[in-house]
Ligand binder design. Sequence first.
Ligand SMILES: [Mn+2]
Length: 403
Amino acid sequence: MNPELSKSISNHPLPHREGEGWVSLLSPEQISLWHQLLSAAHNIVLTCHRGPDGDAIGSTTALASWLRRRYPETDVRIIAPTIFPDFLKWIPGADDILVYENHENEVRPIVEAADLVILCDHGELSRMWTLGDVVRDHPAPRILIDHHLNPEPGIAALIVSHPNLSSTCEVLLRIMLELDPPPALPVREGVVSNEDKSLLPSNDSAPSLTGRAGGESSFLTHDEAVSLYTGMMTDTGAFTYASSRPEIFELISILLQYGIDKDKIYRNIFFTYSPNRMKLMGYMLYVKLDVWKKAHTSIMTLTNAERRRFNVLNGDTEGLVNLPLQILGMKLSVFLREDTEHPCIRVSLRSVDDFPCNEMAAEFFGGGGHKNAAGGEVWGTMDDAIALVKKAVQKFMPQLKAK
Ligand SMILES: [Mn+2]
């Protein structure tokens, strides 16, 4: 992460441990601005980016519940710009999320009645589809809680953006701990003193999806802990990337004190394939995978005829592009699929280590993204797209061949 970029916003230094304590993410000025904004608010809207992911749904549901317990007089609503996938619908509180897409006329007045808008998991209003324009035109103050690079200047009165942290849920849990610190962190049952017992989730509420529930008065409820863990887990590929700092596991150990069942959360998110999706995966790997050994690159293509054959719904192709990276020595995986509506080919790129997918996507496929995950499109036939991928691979050959 470029340290220069994170300097441009008024965050405290990179979080790390200092002796026994934590370095705060919020400056004293930010804490007082938070309290000022929250105590003046009667109608709060929480929102996130279009195509919400586990971190977007996890952070907004956790924050909504946490705020409702602390500001019981305040109306707190969550609005997602667009629909979100079924495998996120079990997240506690996801039932209450209002979706702007297809309900613009009902949902717009709720934004317009808000006197505080809290943006989670993105730093640009343009990432909220047309809901971004509604929010931009509305005069209510905004708070941003995020971990993406380069938040839009002036996007919020209070910007808490830490690109060096794994997820918005991690940022959020850190600031919850700072804003309303429990006298001591919860400790394991069995070694807990009487004084500390108030911090532990009480067992009197009914157990929910993942086990015992946290009490109303505790720092976190069980359900809030489930939401926060889900966001941290999904944004790190179940802790396989962006998760090597010790702090993240300390935070997880706090969440586990609230009785979350992390194994069940993992299955709820990842073990959700349809039989068709599983069969498509086998077909793609057995029939469609082409490995260009010298370039450490693999390519797979999917036509609309094949989609029909496997009765593949849109979300069912998600993640297929990652599979070839499990081949020893593979650096780049390219997945080309015919668009279902337009005469174009969608391009997905995934890489390991330093190979810049975003540069390849920008130069050849009119797109962009992150270093290890990017995408774009080719207006033409599948053959046109394959020819362009060959050109792109040729151009980037020195980096692909490098050890
Ligand atoms: Mn995120």
